[in-house]
Design a protein around this ligand. Structure first.
Ligand SMILES: Nc1ccn([C@@H]2O[C@H](COP(=O)(O)OP(=O)(O)OP(=O)(O)O)[C@@H](O)[C@H]2O)c(=O)n1
Ligand SMILES: C[C@](O)(CO)[C@H](O)COP(=O)(O)O
Length: 233
């Protein structure tokens, strides 16, 4: 059984509002994507990595541009699609996995995931067939309709889903194919299993595992990395 990591990194970064796609923005002197790839390059349980990159930027995404010789586990850079779900499906189709292999799907713009949590993710997916890393929400969440709060879900049942999201390859590949055939769109991969009526194990991660989405997220990530350098976890 292999452990394969898919890194969706083919987004346009519209909410970041920069001319350079956010996955290639500089974070502590390195591209965001390089920080993310290092997590899995360095983890002994990871066998191979596939990067899904913007179809019109395949050359720029060549890893020898990002960091020469740095990512020996990367097997291929795959052209992504219009939506994240399309990119993940294209990556799953390209990664040459066996049905029982474990596939970890991790956003290229989540550079602060703590690799030490990976063993827990692998244990959970071996036991349950799927798992999602997340954290309990800290704010009260409102359901809003027409500019008005209309409901307040019970916060005790609400978690913010992150990545990695991990699955047996056969399970997630068939869910993506079914969603594609039936035109179902979810904002994460676990939702495709939930849509099929399956539950997905949730394991608690870290509030540091932010997704670089808008400009302030880059400032937060810099602060986390600076604090780590000073020994403040
Ligand atoms: N068509 C897409 C869209 C997103 N992603 C990737 O999925 C991750 C999470 O997506 P998000 O944060 O939404 O990135 P963008 O789509 O680039 O952001 P925006 O919605 O602001 O354009 C990112 O690593 C992004 O590169 C992808 O591979 N293919
Ligand atoms: C997959 C994800 O990171 C889980 O929180 C999130 O759903 C991605 O959403 P995005 O709009 O594609 O960034």
């Amino acid at each position: 059984m292999s452990v394969i990591v898919l890194i969706p990194a083919a987004g346009l970064g519209r909410r970041m509002g920069t001319s350079i796609h956010k996955q290639y923005l500089c974070l502590q002197g390195r591209p965001v994507l390089a920080h993310t790839l290092s997590i899995f390059q360095q983890h002994p349980c990871v066998d191979s990595i596939y990067v899904i990159a913007p179809a019109d930027q395949m050359d720029f995404c060549r890893l020898d541009i990002i960091e020469p010789g740095g990512f020996t586990k990367v097997r291929d850079v795959v052209a992504g699609g219009a939506e994240r779900q399309d990119s993940v499906r294209l990556g799953l189709e390209a990664c040459q996995a066996q049905v029982d292999d474990i596939v970890l799907i991790h956003d290229g713009v989540r550079p602060l995931f703590d690799g030490d949590l990976l063993n827990g993710v692998l244990k959970a997916v071996e036991e349950h067939g799927s798992c999602v890393v997340g954290v309990p929400v800290k704010d009260t969440i409102k359901e809003v309709d027409g500019g008005f709060a209309v409901a307040t879900p019970d916060r005790r049942r609400l978690w913010a889903a992150q990545t990695p999201q991990a699955f047996r390859y056969g399970k997630i590949m068939s869910a993506h194919h079914r969603a594609y055939q039936q035109g179902y769109h979810g904002t994460d991969d676990a939702s495709l299993l939930e849509w099929q009526g399956e539950s997905v194990a949730m394991i608690e991660g870290s509030y540091r595992n932010i997704k670089i989405t808008t400009p302030e997220d880059l400032l937060i990530a810099e602060a986390f990395l600076t604090a780590s350098e000073k020994g403040n976890k």
